[in-house]
Design a protein around this ligand. Sequence first.
Ligand code: 13P
Length: 306
Amino acid sequence: MNSIVNKLNDLKKEKNAIILAHIYQRPEVQDIADFVGDSLDLSKKVFITDAKTIVFCGIHFMAETAYILNPNKTVLIPDISAGCPMADMITVQQLKEFKSKFKNPFVIAYVNTSAEIKAQSDICCTSSNAISILNHTYSTNKDMDILFIPDRNLGHYIQKMSGIKINLWNGFCPTHNNFILSEHVLKMKNEHPQAEILVHPECRPEVIEIANHAMSTGTMCKYVKNSDNKDFIIGTEIGILHKLKKENPNKNFYPVTDLAECPNMKKTNIEKIIDVLQNTKNIVSVNDEIRKKAYLPISKMLNISC
Ligand code: 13P
């Protein structure tokens, strides 16, 4: 392992590279990354880094977002097939048809979307800023019909929390929607009655209903650190457990289910990171016309939530 880490460090120096990893990445990938964070933290990091090359250990839309914010840098993704099924649940044609049903459509796009979809949207959000982006949108665009794409569960959650009526697209994250079920949560609560239940807002409404809190992965990590509680039931992709355990060795974490594993997030490994860095492989880019259009909703989001 030491020789791999040395090799990576040499390559990083040679290529002036930084390694960013999402919280759902494999433990060994998180351990060698320069920065581990949620979608919003990673976007912010990309915006301010001086490195010339960014190795994005996450899924394709995240690496694409990094490129859109930094077209003069080289963005590499260790596995080019690491996609997001939820992002694929809406096409540009479908979005155009959805918009055409409303008089004054205003589209809030979750960052889990392709560059083409972002280019057709008015503002982006991540799970950690979605409520504030919705509140801001509503207060500045009262006469608009707010459309939220593609995650129906996050959309349902922010609608409930804000009391603002929005029009939802019927997409979902298979990992959160299909594996984290209320019966699993109740079973864990029965086994660990003292534990606080934290879930991601991509979970089904009935799961969020029985949780103590719904929060983004980054907010979950901060919350646990600052809590006096010792036991937590965690309802999100199980990769987060590595960071939670590492940062809170005296606390106990119980995943709602071990099945909540995103197969795309797990495609990245250290060998692939070395390979893309060494050979400048899997360069992520977006054509300039789309990139300029997609930049606007992302930068609007960053201006509001920075
Ligand atoms: P976060 O914004 O909490 O990192 O979530 C990203 C994601 O894709 C969850 O499935």
